[in-house]
Design a protein around this ligand. Structure first.
Ligand SMILES: Nc1ncnc2c1ncn2[C@@H]1O[C@H](COP(=O)(O)OP(=O)(O)OP(=O)(O)O)[C@@H](O)[C@H]1O
Ligand SMILES: O=P(O)(O)OC[C@H]1O[C@H](OP(=O)(O)OP(=O)(O)O)[C@H](O)[C@@H]1O
Ligand SMILES: [Mg+2]
Length: 302
């Protein structure tokens, strides 16, 4: 028999529409999703990437616009910089912050910058001057807070090239500092630090299914980020050296210790920062550890 209301007979179509930033944050964001277990394919010139999760629908958008589209409901949620969320004054929920930038795990900083030989030493010296920036709102708020009247003009990018010929100072992003060095610029002040955030619309946050789906996504993304600079380390240790071995491991979390068939030996397993491994392994070896194995991690969920 045909259903009277076929639409209502179908199970609810549970889809979460997620916006991802193109530009500076695209590559590290897709890399993080991959580590979290989602394989995203972006075909050239397409802004609708595919993903191996039928409950997700992806859109690639400018980082500057994601907050606004989440606010208006075109997207249920998105990942974009805290800076642009603030600049857009988007009325949305922030579910998580992730500590990565374009190239490093340092925060992106919006800085007030002048040529190395400029007489400007502090924000007060900007009175009556001209400043170019992509973040006009952020810059105006900063000047007002400091009681300084200056002209702020919008820049479409390549802002570094505008000082000193077109403007006296700029407010721009710095991460590694290489653009500032290349253009012989000096930082006068930091206006804001920014990391990517996972944001949701108010409506999606109220929807039980969407909220759970988003929370699972955040858990996996955080786990992947947490695992990024860490490795697993396991080894066999003579019982007599156990105390010293444990003391020489970083105290982040307590190691797992299991008894081996031979009562004189124990197995020790732990998770540590990859950066300290090269100092720790020789020390463990000299304390009598054997069969030391270092392995990569996909996720670390606390
Ligand atoms: N090294 C970086 N340079 C620029 N933006 C960065 C960097 N690292 C992280 N970001 C973040 O990327 C987001 C987008 O930056 P931006 O507004 O400069 O656009 P873009 O993606 O770089 O595109 P465009 O080519 O137009 O500059 C911001 O939220 C910013 O904080
Ligand atoms: O400290 P760094 O690691 O050098 O990163 C900062 C640079 O990256 C961004 O430029 P982008 O490539 O986005 O070009 P744009 O100037 O056109 O925005 C930003 O505007 C700086 O120029
Ligand atoms: Mg840029």
């Amino acid at each position: 028999m045909r259903a009277l209301f076929p639409d209502q007979m179908e199970p609810p179509k549970n889809i979460l529409r997620l916006g991802l930033p193109n530009g500076s944050l695209q590559e590290p964001t897709l890399e993080l999703l991959k580590r979290a277990g989602f394989h995203v394919v972006v075909s050239s010139r397409s802004y609708r990437p595919t993903v191996d999760d039928k409950q997700l629908e992806l859109r690639l958008l400018r980082a500057q616009e994601i907050g606004r589209y989440v606010d208006h409901g075109f997207l249920d949620c998105g990942i974009t910089g805290k800076d642009w969320i603030a600049e857009n004054k988007a009325d949305i929920e922030v579910l998580a912050e992730f500590n990565y930038s374009r190239a490093t795990s340092n925060a992106t900083r919006w800085v007030l910058v002048v040529p190395e030989d400029s007489p400007i030493q502090s924000v007060k010296d900007l009175e009556g001057k001209r400043i170019a920036t992509e973040a006009v709102g952020l810059t105006q708020t900063y000047l007002e807070k400091n009681g300084v009247k200056a002209e702020v003009e919008f820049s479409w990018g390549a802002t570094e090239v505008k000082v000193p010929e077109l403007v006296d100072a700029i407010v721009d992003i710095t991460e590694t500092g290489s653009s500032l060095r290349a253009n012989k610029l000096r930082i006068v002040d930091t206006l804001m630090e920014s990391y990517p955030q996972f944001v949701s619309s108010k409506a999606a946050f109220q929807d039980e299914w969407k909220r759970q789906k988003m929370e699972t996504l955040v858990l996996l993304l955080k786990g992947a980020l947490e695992a990024r600079d860490k490795v697993g380390l396991k080894m066999n240790v003579p019982s007599s050296a156990l105390k010293e071995v444990v003391a020489s491991l970083p105290a982040e979390r307590s190691p797992t210790i299991s008894q081996l068939a031979n009562a004189d030996w124990v197995a020790v397993e732990t998770v540590i920062a990859e950066s300290v491994v090269r100092e720790i392994i020789p020390r463990l070896k000299s304390l009598g550890a054997e069969g030391i194995v270092e392995y990569p991690l996909n996720k670390v969920i606390p």
